[in-house]
Design a protein around this ligand. Sequence first.
Ligand code: DO4
Ligand code: MG
Length: 279
Amino acid sequence: MKLFKVEGTVLLQTTSALYKLDNQSWDALVNQKNLHDFLDAYAKTHEPLASTIDGKQLDAPIGSQEIWAAGVTYLRSKEARMDESKESGAADFYAKVYEAKRPELFFKSTAARCAGPDQEVLIRRDSQWNVPEPELTLFANASGKIVGYTIGNDISSRDIEGENPLYLPQAKCYQRSASIGPCLLVPSKPIDADTQIHMSIERSNEIVFSGSISINQMKRKHEELIGYLFMAMDFPQGVYLMTGTCLVPPNDFTLSVDDVIHISIDGIGSLRNKVAVKQ
Ligand code: DO4
Ligand code: MG
């Protein structure tokens, strides 16, 4: 079952039909006890819409939740970060956090700063090396239970982070450095361990990078990441958590203005964003 946000209204897509959820604020809805069962019952007791989701302009599937992110959860991310931070002497921090019991967790975005499907994402004008990071993104409700999944793009400045890991908030958090969508997938059971993430980057109608990975390459468990996130913080509206990247373009690649980033995750859908520079 999938929840979409379209011009402020919430739409529920089942395998066979589309429904409008009346009088439902996003925050209250996604924190319903037994969300999947609630949506299932809703679909069984309401009339479907005559239309489909195709062609509708989607908003980011978010209310007032914060977006957090986990880092160095895949070997490929550890290696890329060790490489970019060689000169700063910080490579060891990435090696250590990959092995440590405590995961790396960082604040990524507010809902207001985040982009949705087909909106522009931004790169910084003071950075020369920028990459998208396609990440399976968990939604945990106010009780800390993972009840949904979406696609996240954790756009990052590799030169700013590489210069000094203390610059991580500037490399990671700025206007529209995060994108999520197209929907919140609310399955009846946890997402399949072999789920694939695909990304391609299009420049002037050519694909300049593409790759796919399985989330089974991840070193940490989803519950482990959420457990640390909730250990000393409350999230009364629930929270999104990007789970880290395993797809890193080669070191000579940087995003350019007008590039189009396509990310898809099996069972969730596709997220498309065009790149611009934050002025
Ligand atoms: O350590 C910095 C951030 C790592 C990250 O964003 C990732 O691994 O996806
Ligand atoms: Mg990341």
